[in-house]
Design a protein around this ligand. Structure first.
Ligand SMILES: Cc1cc2nc3c(=O)[nH]c(=O)nc-3n(C[C@H](O)[C@H](O)[C@H](O)COP(=O)(O)O)c2cc1C
Length: 219
């Protein structure tokens, strides 16, 4: 029997008129029909983890100072990485700076609704290959970058900020603008700021049972 806190979730209609949207639609359909999700957080979870969420509204009046930005990067700096390869770099753009003006034009229509109000936009880059070769710099480059961003996210949360990571931007145009060194590639962005609303009540997760049963073979 499904516990009361684990309710199957049905997903509403989605637009399917682009390849990426079609892919999302397939994934969401699979999840909607096969996955039992939970909306309840175990009270024993550390409050820093249970209270984190990705806001869609930031205080447009709050400006972050450089010292706080450095602390966020300090957290990223101390993330673990394969062979201590540290395959990450961060272009930081505080609101009301030239760096911010360089990044904002490349936001997608969806992220342009909320990301410019954040105090800080961070462009996260991975060192994927060795310059001028087709050799991989690290097979874990994206994995390690994700961990570094997670560290940054929780440091931000501990400082009273919240982060929304996002991919809704024009990758090719932003790459032309920032022109990362050979071997480096932009992967994602992070909006950091003071949230002005609490988390959505619709936040949900796959259950622990589901994490422990899929997707390997038992034979
Ligand atoms: C790599 C990555 C890309 C994301 N891209 C977007 C995005 O383009 N737009 C958006 O609104 N949210 C984006 N998100 C935020 C997720 O939708 C969000 O983390 C997820 O729904 C879970 O919500 P929560 O962080 O509040 O728990 C992204 C998150 C990650 C980690």
């Amino acid at each position: 029997m499904v516990p009361a806190c684990q309710v199957p979730v049905t997903v509403g209609p989605v637009q399917t008129n682009t390849p990426r949207r079609r892919e999302y639609a397939v994934r969401r359909k699979i999840h909607a029909t096969t996955v039992v999700r939970t909306t309840v957080t175990d009270p024993a979870l550390h409050p820093l983890l249970s209270s984190r969420f990705s806001p869609l509204q930031f205080d447009p009046a709050y400006l972050i100072d450089e010292r706080r930005v450095e602390l966020l990067l300090e957290a990223a700096r101390w993330a673990p990485s394969a062979g201590n390869s540290q395959p990450w770099a961060f272009f930081t753009a505080r609101r009301e700076t030239t760096a911010h003006e360089r990044v904002v034009p490349y936001l997608a229509r969806s992220s342009a609704r909320w990301a410019p109000q954040a105090s800080l936009l961070v462009v996260a880059m991975a060192h994927r290959s060795i310059a001028d070769t087709d050799w991989s710099y690290s097979e874990f480059a994206d994995y390690d970058l994700g961990q570094a961003v997670a560290h940054l996210t929780f440091q931000a949360h501990a400082m009273g900020f919240a982060c929304r990571q996002f991919r809704a931007f024009d990758l090719d145009a932003l790459t032309s603008e920032l022109h990362p060194a050979p071997g480096w590639e932009i992967v994602s962005m992070v909006a950091v700021g003071r949230p002005t609303a609490t988390g959505s009540p619709e936040r949900e997760r796959r259950s622990i049972t589901d994490l422990r049963t899929a997707p390997w073979s038992n034979s």
